[in-house]
Design a protein around this ligand. Sequence first.
Ligand code: OOG
Ligand code: MG
Length: 252
Amino acid sequence: MNLNEIASTLDQAVLAVNAIPQLHLNEKISLHEAYQVQELGLKKRMERGEVLTGVKMGFTSEAKRIQMGLDDLIWGGLTDKMELANGGKLDFPSFIHPRVEPEIAFLIGRDINAPIQLEEATKVIDGVAVALEIIDSRYENFKFSLEDVVADNCSSAAYVLGKWNSPTSEIQEDVLELWIDGELVQQGEAKAIMGNPYRSLVDAIRLSLKSGLNLKKGQIVLAGAATPAVYLQAGQTISCKSIALGEVNMLT
Ligand code: OOG
Ligand code: MG
């Protein structure tokens, strides 16, 4: 298969809500090619009218790297079709085997044209919020190599944003809690994300610029989960809560 055929196969898996075998079992592609497949896949979404709303970072915490057995930072694209309103209901049948992660989101405050330093991070954002990320690998059994998951747009499927807080909110000592049906199922420190979640923002900017993607005012960055992801079932109430940032909810 050429790269566009791989992108089509993954795109079809999304549309048909049907998992496919891992690519690397049959086909070796490089990490660079995997990002090209990701871009081709995002292009197909744009051709259907979806609009890029930002980027998500993956494997930014030890907890996630251990859960998935992979060791490198990854990033993928988010679109407006993936956004669910706070308190909204996920269309569960349109996902293959969704998992949820408690996350931190940043709202980009100005058009980005150059990499930034960690000290500048709060200056380029307009807000910070708790978020829920729903990931849904297009591969059977949610198993993949690094190249596989990058080609699959890093399992991106949906996200829910909480209320934006001031960019200067004190998040360094914050703890993110994931609640399902009134039960605390995961909790992780914000600083489990690269020692400081703002490092994830700095890297999101650096990596997306390298691929020719300039984040724009109003777009978002998801910093990556501080805890392992948890499988969802239909009929649940899900929340991500933090002392500093408030909470965000969804139903399945
Ligand atoms: C890949 C996406 C990882 C995160 O927050 O680390 C991710 C996956 O685990 O399927 O979203
Ligand atoms: Mg995530």
